[in-house]
Design a protein around this ligand. Structure first.
Ligand code: 7TS
Length: 400
């Protein structure tokens, strides 16, 4: 059996999405900006896709949604443009991010920090959440931007973007949120709270890889990251990824249709699976499940290196993760576990299981069996587990 439980890294392309994309490779292959029928026959599909994307995040017509190549590009764009517009010009000198943002935010923040911008990295609390008060306390008259993700990719923790958005509005500071892990898992409505910029990526909600977007509220324009032609109103040059955009539109529509299923059925399956995992002694989950996206579990098995667990799972045909795939080549401890202050030995033990609407009960039953056997085998050969004192506590709560 092969089981895919790494849906926070990427998802399978929904077959309906694939079917909508297919004509745009061999048949309707024109460049939408050309002046002939090969171009114009791409226009209805593009228009329809953009409408679905606007509807999916409830963006009003007057606001902009700019298509990019991925969330990494959208995040880079926001930070680098803010740097050029506000920091380099001396109008402001400071930005605020949470310390558990995706590397595409953290690395970009570090880059502009190296160019002279002050950066505050907000801590997370013992539940893996950002406290809005820390945002309030960090804002100065020189703060240009606050960027806090909507849902964390490692733990699934849902951050209080409404409160943070309100604090930013109160202080006249721009607010960006990386909503990559929120779309299709929880309701995302850009009109329901104060947000200036919002990042998303199609491949996290059963769309194709290599296409994403940035929502921008009217009046919050950014200077382009890629200069060139006049595509996307000049905000983002480069020939449009027609099939990708059509695919993202369809994927957004499907994700919204499936949202109830995700929030009830997927959540129930996840909870039951987590209950079974937590029956294994000395296992820990950081963020309470009601404060998480419905599909995610980050769980620690004391005494077991996350990588060793992945090895056993992979041999049994199960794909999971120790954290972000982007960082998984350097055997470092999980950054979120470090941020909550987990003991060093636990920070290395985190394994992430992320479900999707395609995950089946049979797959989860099989995974439980494999995990149980792996825990037995790996703890049997683990020196640290054997020597752990009886009843030794981690300081982390278990959430049954
Ligand atoms: N932002 C968040 C919150 C993410 O989870 C990811 C990918 C990205 C940005 C980057 O998206 P892309 O469109 O540029 O690919 N996160 C992960 C992950 O958790 N494991 O592998 C990739």
């Amino acid at each position: 059996m092969r089981v895919y439980l790494d849906n926070n890294a990427t998802t399978l392309v929904d077959p309906h999405v694939f079917a909508e994309m297919e004509p745009y490779f061999v048949q309707k292959y024109g460049n939408p900006n050309s002046l002939h029928s090969f171009a114009s026959e791409t226009h209805p599909g593009l228009k329809d896709a953009m409408e679905k994307i606007y509807a999916g995040i409830h963006a009003p017509k007057e606001d902009s949604v700019v298509i990019t190549s991925c969330a990494t590009e959208s995040n880079n764009w926001v930070f680098k443009s803010i740097y050029f517009e506000y920091i380099l010009t001396g109008r402001k000198n400071h930005i605020i991010v949470s310390e558990v943002e995706h590397p595409s935010v953290i690395a970009t923040a570090k880059f502009i920090e190296s160019m002279g911008c002050k950066v505050t990295y907000l801590p997370i609390n013992h539940e893996g959440l950002v406290d809005p008060q820390t945002v309030r306390d960090s804002i100065t008259s020189k703060t240009a931007l606050v960027s806090v993700m909507w849902a964390n990719n490692e733990t699934g923790a849902i951050f209080p973007v409404e409160e943070i958005g309100a604090i930013c509005a109160e202080h006249n500071v721009l607010f960006h949120t990386d909503a990559v892990q929120a779309i299709g898992k929880i309701p995302v409505d850009v009109q329901s709270f104060n947000v200036d910029y919002l990042t998303f990526s199609a491949h996290k909600f059963h769309g194709p890889k290599g296409v994403g977007g940035l929502y921008m509220k009217k009046g919050r324009e950014l200077s382009p990251l890629l200069h060139g032609g006049s595509q996307m109103g000049g905000y983002r040059s480069g020939t449009l990824n027609v099939a990708g955009i059509v695919g993202m539109g369809k994927a957004m529509e499907q994700a919204i249709d499936a949202l109830d299923f995700e929030m009830t059925d997927v959540r129930e399956m996840r909870d039951a699976f987590e209950d079974e995992l937590l029956k294994i002694p000395d296992t820990f989950v950081v963020t309470p499940r009601e404060k998480r996206t419905p599909n995610t579990i980050l769980i620690s098995f004391r005494g077991i290196e996350g990588e060793s667990m992945l090895w056993d799972l992979n041999r049994a045909g199960i794909g999971a993760s120790t954290g972000s795939a982007c960082a998984s080549e350097d055997l470092e401890s999980n950054p979120v576990m470090e941020a909550i202050g987990a003991e060093a030995d636990l920070a290395h033990t985190a394994v992430r299981f992320s479900l999707s609407r395609y995950t089946t009960q049979e797959e989860l039953d099989y995974t439980i069996e494999v995990v149980r056997k792996a825990v037995e085998r790996l703890r049997g050969i683990s020196s640290s587990y054997a020597y752990a004192p009886e009843g030794h506590k981690s300081g982390l709560d278990t959430h049954h």
